[in-house]
Design a protein around this ligand. Structure first.
Ligand code: SAM
Length: 298
């Protein structure tokens, strides 16, 4: 019987054996609670038909639990010092492949193609390095990867923003960006005590399940996201003022924006945080047609 990596005693023994010291700059907070790991893997609904992509295996705590249930696990680890440790701790699991690379620079599409041939169910499951949670999630969602979804541990504050509904204080461009591609849900709140070293912030696990089609159909996706970012430029300002100051596609006359808001049936005095994703979609299409498809009538 192999002892789990994620217990305080075994983790300490592994770290001591290899003389490993944590690098705070790489977001290294390792999980030492097997029960939490089981629950994360449960939420990802991993079966022997699934493949899992992990970001940052650390000393292999989560990797091991994934390897016990999935057909294949591929993990990206940036810190070369962890490679010999992982070779040691994960030696009982031949279905694990560790790739020594910064996930933000990695060609994940090719890795999936090469390592997960014939596997239809692919999930990303990770305890993310907190200094890069948003860029990692956005990369995974915008690269059109054949994923069913993403189940990840991150800062609770970011989880709150990702799953926020319109009109709440946490709702912003991140909520819209992620809810455009997925249905987002916080599935666990996790105490600091299950990590070593303990992080300074509270943690949560979110589950993002990819939509078959984006939440709203828009004429031009990059422009839609420009409008969303512009609308949240300064939260206290109205949508009219934010769009007038922040739209990067060149100076747009206030009157033109006012006309577009009227056409999209949106009160110019509303704030960005009250608009639903559908309203943003409508607004972005009206603006796109007005600004990029010839002169406006007015
Ligand atoms: N999965 C392990 C666990 O739960 O115990 C470790 C999680 S720890 C929060 C984050 C891991 O991500 C660390 O092993 C760190 O070295 C790695 N990491 C940090 N930045 C990375 C990046 N850009 N690409 C890949 N791995 C990264």
């Amino acid at each position: 019987m192999i002892k789990d990596i994620a217990t305080p005693i075994r983790t300490r023994a592994i770290l001591e054996k290899h003389g490993f010291s944590f690098k705070k700059s790489l977001g290294q907070n390792f999980l030492i609670d097997t029960n939490i790991l089981h629950r994360i893997v449960d939420h990802a609904e991993i079966t022997e038909e699934s493949a899992a992509i992990e970001i940052g295996p650390g000393i292999g705590a989560l990797t091991e639990q994934l390897a016990k249930r999935a057909k294949k696990v591929v993990a990206f680890e940036i810190d070369g010092r962890l490679l010999p440790i992982l070779a040691d701790t994960l030696s009982p699991y031949p279905n694990v492949e560790i790739i020594h690379e910064d996930v933000l620079k990695a060609d994940v599409q090719t890795v999936i193609h090469e390592q997960m041939q014939g596997i239809k169910d692919i999930m990303v499951v990770a305890n993310l390095p907190y200094y890069v949670t948003t860029p990692i999630i956005m990369k995974l969602l915008t690269e059109n990867l054949p994923l069913r979804g993403i189940v990840v541990m991150l800062q609770k504050e970011v989880a709150d923003r990702i799953s926020a509904a319109p009109g709440t204080k946490d709702y912003g461009s991140l909520s819209i960006a992620i809810q455009y591609y997925t249905t987002a849900e916080t599935v666990m709140i996790v105490p600091k005590t299950v990590f070593v070293p303990q992080p300074n912030v509270d943690s949560a696990v979110i589950r993002l399940l990819k939509r078959e089609e984006p939440a709203v159909k828009v004429e031009n996706e990059p422009f839609f996201f420009e409008v969303v970012r512009a609308a949240f430029g300064q939260r206290r300002k109205t949508i009219l003022n934010n769009l007038t100051t922040n739209l990067p596609s060149g100076k747009v006359l206030k009157e033109v924006i006012e006309g577009c808001l009227a056409d999209a049936n949106i009160d110019p005095k509303r704030r960005g945080e009250t608009l639903s994703i559908e309203e943003f979609g409508r607004l972005s299409d009206v603006l796109f047609n007005a600004l990029h498809k010839g002169p406006t009538e007015s």
